[in-house]
Design a binder for this molecule. Sequence first.
Ligand SMILES: Cc1ncc(COP(=O)(O)O)c(C=O)c1O
Length: 439
Amino acid sequence: MLDNRQIDLSSYWMPFTANRQFKAKPRLFTSAKDMHYTTSDGRQVLDGTAGLWCVNAGHCRDKIVHAVQSKVAELDYSPAFQMGHPDAFELANRLTGLIGPEYSQVFYTNSGSEAVETALKMALAYHRARGEGQRTRLIGRERGYHGVGFGGISVGGMGNNRKAFGPLLPGVDHLPHTHNLEKNAFSRGQPEWGAHLADELERLVTLHDASTIAAVIVEPMAGSAGVLMPPKGYLERLRAICDKHGFLLIFDEVITGFGRLGAPFAVNYFGIQADIVTAAKGLTNGTVPMGCVFARKGIYDTFMAGPENLIEFFHGYTYSGHPIAVAASLGTLDVYAEEELLTRGAGIAKHFEDAVHTLKGKPHVIDVRNLGLVAGIELAPRPGAAGARAYETFVKCFESGLLIRTTADIIALSPPLIISKPQIDEIVERLGEILKTVA
Ligand SMILES: Cc1ncc(COP(=O)(O)O)c(C=O)c1O
């Protein structure tokens, strides 16, 4: 849809955006359908990133649109505390059915960040409920991204997201990240080297004592910090060490949830059960903000031990289980099921892998890595101007009709799961051509 309005852009303080740079030369979308956005000047842009890793079924799918439209006219809001509405319970049942029998409960939030805060608080309160309230320490990982709440940036490991915000949560420590280009450049799938990095958790145990540690949180595949794949055996070792010491393992599946790796969740893909799993994004196909937290069997029961008239978990949001978000999610799950999208990635992952690895040898490319329907293409930074090269690539891609995402000098590709093989080829060919023009 063409939109020629001359809008004053000054009042909107945009998130995670170089505001002045953007407003000097804005990029505006006005509509979207399936694999494409339309810009305000009427151009089509192929979506190589599923929006922000969230539009897994493609844009403006009829079933989801209609689910939202009919619900908003029927039940606009229902109080989240001490009240409910049937759809919220139906959705929880469908979600636990999807992730598998290990998980028995779902807690609703409005975003991935809130899902992370909820998961961290759930872990602390769980240990307290079982009489180990001294377990308050949380372990994250360098280069982890867990949203923007104080808990999330505390366990997160991206310096720019932390440095302006003071001392953050006390009692947090970090595992080293697993990214190593010398050992693992141009890996296909999970890299061979790096499982031993999970043993660093034992070092933190020696330092802090196991009895003080409540939980370990990692993204099974780190997305936002630049597409960092878990080395073979790494997650298994993390799980084993957590079991040994009684730590809860939290998988932040805000990106990997809902089919990104070719299985419904990373816990299914890797066959490793976390104790708590966060999700968001693909939960509603990005249509309405929503997140959720899955709790493994037994966690909820631990909370249910006190008097029945007492609130068991002093936590929640006005919009937890909002009827419109729930409707969007139910519609989304229908589309996922009808088109088998949550496993579709498995069938086209090989084509995607072969395609993205043709970027090896293109100008500036120092690594290509992939898993499921995610790829990271790392560029050599321009001397003295980290991130500038990838940003130029991003802008040129947008201008040529392709949406990619960049973090520092890493390009992330994570297209909607409905993508066709010719569209995969189109993304890669276009990106390869543009890299030839980037200084
Ligand atoms: C792993 C992970 N956790 C949490 C978040 C935060 O989600 P939101 O932006 O919905 O708060 C993100 C967002 O990209 C994410 O990738």
